[in-house]
Structures are given as structure tokens and as C-alpha cells.
Design a protein around this ligand. Structure first.
Ligand code: G1P
Length: 288
């Protein structure tokens, strides 16, 4: 089966980014001039995803407006001959078919994914988390879809993290299969370093088989009192083969202030229209 659908949970409060996220959804905070969520949606679209479900919550209307057509703005840009901006806006509103559903209560990532049950139906689907932005030559999800096509099983996108970061992630008990691919033999959500089965962390990219929904329906609140996707995946891995894939690319935790700054600097340096000037500025600033 082919992976054609993706789910992006975007219902969180963004507490780590207050006060910016009081009135603006955290997914709309821009890296350079592009909302973080747009990078995620571009990755999905460039990986062959046709339909995307965004799980939203209250005060997230700006997300829908951003990916919608804006007739007034487009007419203005056309009148004033700003064709470059016009083309960019039209491109954004036609990236993929975007659907929305609201998660009415913040009961955890597992519960958010359960809101996608009707949308997904009986197909394998991708999950991309908005706090994890990956810069890679081949889009991270496209790499994972290649692995899925070979194994036809759930695939988790992972990288090794520093010991001090282990307690921030879902950590995998792995068994070697081939280069960069491991069989998942267990998973723990945000363990202490002492409890962690490895330093291989799930970094916001998943391809999951639809059997997950029945398991999510029966998953009790876990770490932090939330219904954890990790717990349901752990049960799924006991019932059917599941693999993790060490994807190629640099991943930024843009939900964290330092990670957000790193992404901002590196994306700006990589921009054709800004990079050279910005590099000169940084060098001057650092007195080099
Ligand atoms: C979530 C998942 C965790 C995963 C992480 C990746 O945690 O629960 O397993 O490793 O995303 O960013 P969160 O960061 O939403 O607390």
C-alpha cells in the first residue's frame, strides 16, 4: 500500500513559546518569513502526500487562513503588479488538500492522533509533528516512505540524541536490521537516562499502520497523565513488525527557544536572497 495521507497535530498551547503564542498559534511563528507549519506541509507535499489532516484546537484560525485562498490579497497583488508574491501565495494554497478537525480537549498526542481515525480509514498514514523541522536534501518523510515501501510496516523516524536529551523523547529499544534501519523491540516515553533502553529517539516523524487506532482507543493515560502515542506504538510493535529509520538531515526542535534560534540562523544563511548579507553581518557582529 502507498502512503498518501498525513496527520499533523497542531492543537497544543505552545506554552514553551509564551508570550508569542498567546494570540498567535505556535505553528504560525515564522522561521525567517515562513510559518513553521508551512515547512512541515511542504515536506509532506514534496514526499507525495495528497491529503493532510491538521488537528487544531481553539484559537488556531490563523492556520486555516494561511493555507486558504485569499481573494482580496491576491487581487491587490495583481493590481499592483507584485507577481512574485502573488505566485507564492497561490503556490501555498495549492500545496495539498488540507482538512481540519478540532481536538476538543488536550488529552495528549495519542488522543490527538485518534481524532484522525475517520480521515485515515484503513490505510497506512504519516504523522509529522510541528515542533520538529528537518532540513534535508531528500525530504525526511520521502526517505521514510521509501523504507515503508520496502518493509510495508510502521516506520518511526529516529536519530541518536545526546545523553542529556534522552528524557525529552520517546526512546526505542532497537535490534539491528540493516544500515540505518532497526527493528523496534520496545519504546519508553521520556525515560530517565538510567531507564532508557538506548539513545535512539523518535523525532517527530512516523508512518503508522491503521491498527494503531484500536490500540489508542484502549490506551490509558501514561507519562504526564496524557494518552501517549508511544504507549500505543509499543503495543503495536508487539503485534506486528515495526522498524525505525535513522533519517538523513538536520532536525531542529523549533518548540524550544534555542532550537528555534538555531533554525532561524541556519535557514537564513541558506537563503539565496539573504544568505550572503546575513553571513557578513554575523561575521561583523562576532568581530571576525
Ligand atoms: C512527542 C512524543 C515523543 C517524541 C517527540 C519528538 O513529545 O511524545 O515520543 O520523541 O514528540 O519531538 P513532545 O515533544 O510533544 O512532548
Amino acid at each position: 500500500m502507498k502512503v498518501k495521507k498525513a496527520v499533523i497535530p497542531a492543537a497544543g498551547f505552545g506554552t514553551r513559546f509564551l508570550p508569542a503564542t498567546k494570540a498567535v498559534p505556535k505553528e504560525m511563528v515564522p522561521i525567517v518569513d515562513t510559518p513553521t507549519l508551512q515547512y512541515i506541509i511542504e515536506e509532506a507535499a514534496a514526499s507525495g502526500i495528497e491529503d493532510i489532516l491538521i488537528i487544531t484546537g481553539r484559537s488556531k484560525r490563523a492556520i486555516e487562513d494561511h493555507f486558504d485562498k485569499s481573494y482580496e490579497l491576491e487581487t491587490e497583488l495583481e493590481k499592483s503588479g507584485k507577481t512574485e508574491y502573488l505566485a507564492e501565495l497561490q503556490r501555498i494554497s495549492s500545496l495539498a488538500n488540507i482538512h481540519y478537525v478540532r481536538q476538543k480537549q488536550a488529552l495528549g498526542l495519542g488522543h490527538a492522533i485518534l481524532c484522525a481515525k475517520t480521515f485515515v480509514g484503513n490505510e497506512p498514514f504519516a504523522v509529522l509533528l510541528g515542533d520538529d523541522v528537518v532540513r534535508a536534501e531528500k525530504p525526511c518523510l520521502a526517505q521514510m516512505i521509501e523504507v515503508f515501501d520496502k518493509y510495508q510496516s510502521s516506520i518511526l523516524g529516529v536519530q541518536e540524541v545526546a545523553p542529556e536529551d534522552v528524557s525529552k523523547y520517546g526512546i526505542i529499544k532497537t535490534e539491528d536490521v540493516e544500515k540505518d534501519i532497526y527493528r523496534v523491540r520496545g519504546m519508553v516515553e521520556k525515560p530517565s537516562l538510567a531507564e532508557a533502553p538506548s539513545r535512539i529517539a523518535v523525532l517527530g516523524r512516523y508512518i503508522i499502520t491503521p491498527e494503531i487506532f484500536e490500540l489508542l482507543e484502549n490506551t490509558k493515560p501514561g507519562k504526564g497523565g496524557e494518552i501517549q502515542l508511544t504507549d500505543a506504538l509499543c503495543t503495536l510493535a508487539e503485534k506486528q513488525p515495526m522498524y525505525c529509520y535513522n533519517f538523513d538531515g538536520k532536525r531542529y526542535d523549533v518548540g524550544n527557544k534555542l532550537g528555534f534560534l538555531q533554525a532561524t540562523v541556519e535557514y537564513a544563511l541558506a537563503r539565496k536572497d539573504l544568505g550572503a548579507q546575513f553571513r557578513t553581518y554575523l561575521k561583523e557582529l562576532l568581530g571576525e
